[in-house]
Ligand binder design. Structure first.
Ligand SMILES: [Ca+2]
Length: 279
């Protein structure tokens, strides 16, 4: 009996040590975006040369990588991020659920380094948006909106760049295409988000006489965004996901995602047996 107890405790200790060593191996600059009990969810832990983004990870896996949390290395430091692999290797940089328990009313530094949980509602961080989109590869922004009837609309801006902190993480957007209506580069509401600096409750870079990030709707402030004076779209207001015509006070949306991917990606064409008249 004593032996059995001893063996059991040794086995337990070994297991604990192994688990701890495993945890210690997980190094990422933004581990605050992944609770410790979710560290096991990182799908490419132990990978020697980390991919720059989710698309590179998908390519490294010959297209077999599944959706989930990965370590990527957009610049000098590893970062945890959620990869939407089934949609083509997108690196998710924002996700919000309407009336989320996650507070999006945050400071400049919180928006800089990110907050939330990469497996759920979160903002990956302006610094990582800058690192991902700084080049040399050109990037595009994907937006996915799901309304309360589960109708999904999408849009892409190509190219997409967030400039560095000294410019106020200025937003640069190219041409739009998608099933949603462009709400960032059109000024139909007299608000133009393209080329704006980022504004938070403690750093007012917008074009309004007050701070747009502090303006409340039903008691909830706008949160950080590339405000004009103020918004034709804002995916960081917790109680109303706002995307001009597609998501607003009357037409409630339930979820939104923002994702990035290199823009010069080759579309895989599944070559079947084509009849001549189809060619
Ligand atoms: Ca202002």
């Amino acid at each position: 009996m004593k032996w059995r107890c001893w063996l059991l405790s040794v086995a337990t200790m070994l297991l604990l040590c192994a688990a701890r060593a495993d945890m210690e191996n997980l190094q990422a600059e933004n581990l605050n975006l992944l609770p410790i009990d979710e560290h096991h969810k990182v799908l490419n832990r132990g990978m020697k040369v980390l991919p720059r983004d989710c698309y590179e990870m998908l390519m490294a896996s010959s297209g077999t990588a599944r959706d989930g949390v990965y370590l990527i290395k957009p610049h000098d430091s590893p970062v945890v991020a959620y990869c939407a692999m089934q949609d083509g290797g997108w690196t998710v940089v924002q996700h919000i659920t309407v009336n989320s328990s996650l507070d999006f009313d945050r400071t400049w530094d919180e928006y800089k380094k990110g907050f939330g949980d990469v497996t759920g509602d979160h903002w990956l961080g302006n610094e990582y948006l800058y690192e991902l989109t700084r080049g040399p590869a050109r990037y595009k922004l994907g937006v996915k909106l799901v309304d309360r009837d589960a109708v999904t609309k999408t849009g892409e801006y190509d190219p997409f760049q967030v400039e560095d902190e000294s410019t106020g993480y200025r937003l640069r957007l190219g041409l739009f295409q998608g099933s949603a209506v462009d709400a960032l580069t059109l000024d139909t509401e007299n608000y133009l988000h393209d080329n704006q600096k980022f504004t938070t409750k403690d750093r007012d870079n917008d074009n309004y006489f007050q701070n747009c990030a502090k303006l409340e709707f039903q008691g909830v402030p706008g949160g950080g965004w590339w405000y004009d004076a103020c918004a034709g779209a804002n995916l960081n207001r917790r109680n109303v996901i706002y995307w001009q015509k597609d998501c607003n006070k009357e037409k409630l949306c339930k979820y939104a995602w923002m994702m990035v991917r290199p823009s010069e990606t080759v579309k895989v064409i599944h070559s079947g047996h084509c009849k001549n008249d189809e060619l």
